[in-house]
Design a binder for this molecule. Structure first.
Ligand code: LLP
Length: 431
């Protein structure tokens, strides 16, 4: 199986966290997102363990809300000692409502509105990562009006081309995010930020991309950022004390993926950081990481009901399910690959090759193509694996499909953490 928390029981059914997925489908309906709480907790602890073992605990793991934001998930990561990053007023609101301490929240966004900045300032979020010069100016005014000094980090493009999908690369010069290093823009931004009376510049941030499978781009980013901090000290006499290295460790979506475990990635980053600090005689900064996918991605799966099978001779076989791009737009957007299996036939070989089609009125509404699958029949339960990240959070009401329910399983028990939307929910803002 793709992840160790997935097993097959005596009836040949797929189980997650000890819970039979076919029972979940029966009691909660489909489409259904399922999250394994123990695996999420273990992932949180895995990150923290490396920081404490390799870096004396001088850091904070801020779960990246964009991977999946809902109140119960914030409660879980908070109880494991993590903070979170948010990238919108909506994520910030959800985190605060769930009781996430504001000082452990990092506020992101390349186009934050004044009201989002005001919200962050009035709740005293721990750090605001500024993306551009107009934002710095607006934030200074907003902080001044509130009579506060806010902790600011600057988002830097370190010029590193991580090997991942073009749409999820963010660290290279041609990116809408942050200040470029090569052009001198980054130094100018540091200078500007340090002069605003209501901003306290605490450090720098970078995020080189997502679903990165190797350690070296991360280690290189750490070295590049530290050199910039050293340049800031030399040229401006400012010693920045914090470095936020973003998120990005990849996960196993299919049996062909072989990502470096995130523990190994963080260990390599911290080793690179310590090495460059010694070399430059620079005090080791407080580090922040913002993992999203590697915390929740592999801990989730989605269950669908097979509605029909359509064999197009010599072309392909469609297995049609009761969800699709409205709950998982990642194949339509990035051609992302997934493993799928028939949950009620999990013990049988996957000896057919199929295209999984969704219910949306769009030919591109697919979960995947040329996927190995057990022989599917009407009313079977299809499980798509590793859907914990960027599925629910990117879901839509396209075709006015209600967003699916999320259940969390733990030690053989399941509980609903996000209710299924109703048709009434869908029209609630229609006048
Ligand atoms: N921090 C920042 C500033 C980010 O921009 C991101 C992701 C993260 C942290 C978390 O990255 P992670 O650890 O999850 O890789 N929708 C795309 C992924 C977009 C990621 C954008 N930023 C997908 O479905 O693959």
């Amino acid at each position: 199986m793709l992840t160790p928390n997935l097993t097959v029981n005596a009836s040949g059914h797929l189980c997650i966290g000890g819970v039979d997925t076919t029972m979940l489908a029966k009691t909660h309906g489909t489409p259904l997102y399922v999250l394994d709480e123990n695996m999420i907790r273990e992932n949180c602890r895995g990150f923290e363990r490396v920081i404490s073992e390799e870096y004396g605990g001088k850091g904070l793991i801020c779960y990246a809300s964009k991977a999946l934001s809902c109140k119960e998930l914030y409660r879980v990561v908070d109880s494991e000692g993590l903070g979170c990053d948010v990238v919108s007023g909506g994520e910030l609101y959800t985190a605060l409502q769930a009781g996430m301490p504001a000082e452990k929240i990092v506020m992101h966004g390349n186009s934050k509105s004044n009201s989002e900045l005001q919200m962050a300032v009035s709740h005293d979020v721990g750090r605001i990562v500024c993306d551009n010069l107009p934002e710095l100016k607006r934030l200074d005014q907003i902080a001044g009006a509130a009579g506060k000094t806010v902790n600011v980090m600057l988002r830097i493009k370190p010029g590193i081309d991580a090997h991942t999908h073009d749409f999820v690369k963010t660290g290279q010069i041609d990116s809408k995010f942050g200040f470029a290093l090569e052009t001198g823009e980054a130094m100018q931004a540091v200078k500007a930020a340090s002069l605003y009376p209501n901003l306290r510049l605490v450090g720098l941030h970078c995020h080189i991309g997502s679903q990165i499978l190797d350690t070296e781009p991360f280690a290189e980013a750490a070295r590049v950022m530290l050199r910039l901090m050293n340049q800031v000290r030399a040229e401006l006499g400012i010693t920045l004390t914090e470095l936020n290295l973003g998120g990005g460790p990849g996960i196993r979506y299919t049996e062909h993926d072989d990502p470096k475990p995130f523990g190994e990635i963080v260990r390599a980053i911290l080793a690179a950081l310590k090495g460059i600090c010694t070399e430059l005689d620079f005090p080791e900064p407080f580090v922040l990481f913002e993992p999203g996918r590697s915390i929740v991605g592999g801990a989730g799966l989605t269950l669908y009901t097979v509605m029909a099978k359509k064999v197009i001779p010599n072309i392909r076989t469609y297995v049609l399910v009761d969800g699709g791009m409205c709950d998982n737009p990642r194949y339509a957007l990035y051609h992302s690959e997934y493993e799928a299996l028939i949950a009620n036939k999990a013990g049988q070989p996957r000896d057919e090759r199929v295209t999984i089609g969704g219910k949306c009125c769009e030919s591109g509404d697919l979960i995947g193509e040329d996927m190995p699958l057990q022989a599917a029949e009407e009313d079977d339960i299809l499980a798509v694996l590793a859907t914990g990240a960027y599925n629910y959070s990117m879901a839509s009401n396209y075709n006015r499909n209600p967003r699916a329910e999320i259940v969390m399983v733990r030690d053989g028990e399941a509980r609903t953490i996000v209710k299924r939307e109703t048709y009434a929910d869908i029209i609630q803002n229609d006048l």
